[in-house]
Ligand binder design. Sequence first.
Ligand code: G6P
Length: 610
Amino acid sequence: MCGIVGAVAERNITPILLEGLKRLEYRGYDSAGVAVFTNAGKLERMRRPGKVSELEQALAGEPLVGRLGIAHTRWATHGAPCERNAHPHFSGDLAVVHNGIIENHEVLREQLKGLGYVFTSDTDTEVIAHLLNHKLKDLGDLTVALKATVKELHGAYGLAVVSASQPDRVVAARSGSPLVIGLGLGENFLASDQLALRQVTDRFMYLEEGDIADIRRESVAIWDVNGQSVEREAVQYRDGAEAADKGEYRHFMLKEIHEQPAVVQRTLEGRLSQNQVLVNAFGPQAAELFARVRNVQIVACGTSYHAGMVARYWLEELAGIPCQVEVASEFRYRKVVVQPDTLFVTISQSGETADTLAALRNAKELGFLASLAICNVSISSLVRESDLTLLTQAGREIGVASTKAFTTQLVGLLLLTLSLGQVRGTLAEGVEATLVEELRRLPTRLGEALAMDSTVEKVAELFADKNHTLFLGRGAQYPVAMEGSLKLKEISYIHAEAYPAGELKHGPLALVDDDMPVVTVAPNNELLEKLKSNLQEVRARGGQLVVFADEKAGMTNGEGTHVINMPHINDTLSPILYTIPLQLLSYYVAVLKGTDVDQPRNLAKSVTVE
Ligand code: G6P
């Protein structure tokens, strides 16, 4: 996690580093810092707890001007978020910024203390600075010393280093945490995500696992994991300009919620024929591979995991394919039994989530038929390392709480379900044509759900003074309830739990009273009557009910029951539609509570550590 920026140029690089950090704040934002080799010939740093704006303010008061530097925005893993633990970390005349976790930091720390090094932070990163300093004394060259240093590190890292003794270069190392070099004219840059450098270049070179790089103004040299000098391809950034302003909206999250009709439309573009899904949307070899699939294993984290949970209902019900879904952090450490001909599917907005990537890498050793990524970032590690890909076209998502990425993932997963069913001949007569037509109408339906914005805003008032909430759903609406409860806890800090409605009486009912609102999604399907009984169980205990119900479900407002009518939709697509009011609900509750909606406390957009 965290964000890294580095630069070596002829001009003052501090504004470039700061702009890069602002663009990377989605990765962590509990402290930020820069180290600059100033024009006075000294390596100096400025660090501040809190957001990048705090650092910017401090630098406005005491500018650091120089042509070489590194910067970092942090999401604390070792050591509290305070100035002392903020990066860059110094040892002698060198400075280090680090993403990831060094697992053997305690052993190294003791060794280095024994050698006389004094630690000024609680971070694992500081051991890298001292170890590198120690190696540099013997080896003389910064790049050579870095190569020797990383040999002793266990764990995951993306590293950038500058030293006042060799002020012509930024050196970098990647293992388990992405780094990209931005190529300029007579200047070069480094970052943990190319987004950070879009203001200075559109040409990038992606470091691979185990790479070490020596980045100077006029040259870039790279060595691979075996120490061999290698060339990495320079690529022109293709994904188009990224709008990073909120437009008319108060928060990125609200803007992203409202973008859903458009991005769902974009995700469908070029992937549907008159009445079928185009299987080759998953790649030219997809049809042949899909014909062999007998099982699906889905692995993901957070919101993406919930998308996978919805897909399980679709894959089993529509395509008749057994499907397992698991969170990546569990899957990667478990001894799994792989059924023959199982397709391994990962779902990820960023394509850089450490646990999901590790699960994919493990899966390659486990005998899966092939791997497929449903991902929003075309140049991500997950996409590069998977056999097949379907890119969701959500565009850049800035709000830490995922919204449009989720609904586009669901669309991608429904396309996958229909493709597998089509190729294997397991879809019931007419299902594909019906769903293709419904998918075409989906953006309009989503627009109708968004038009309920102000109704949901009103209902949000019920929650602002509550500490606990329960979300209920049945069938494929259960993962929708899980996603709704995740959204609420992420951004409003209200404790929320999701239950399959039928489980209510097996425990959570004990918690229900008039201080615990219960939110339910109730499409008009065969489970509706059962759900209505569950709701009676809540009302009988004095619980306040908020029900998002199909307009044809015959549910009406009553004392303690707030019914919000939803546009009617085909049952298969209802999880996508019912997600919208739940996103709006958490958004408005968070606004009422005055929390930091786009950057909720303790969380980060892209979790590149375990
Ligand atoms: C973090 C984000 C979530 C996201 C999860 C998985 O926790 O805050 O919004 O769902 O990571 O991320 P991915 O990029 O793999 O979908």
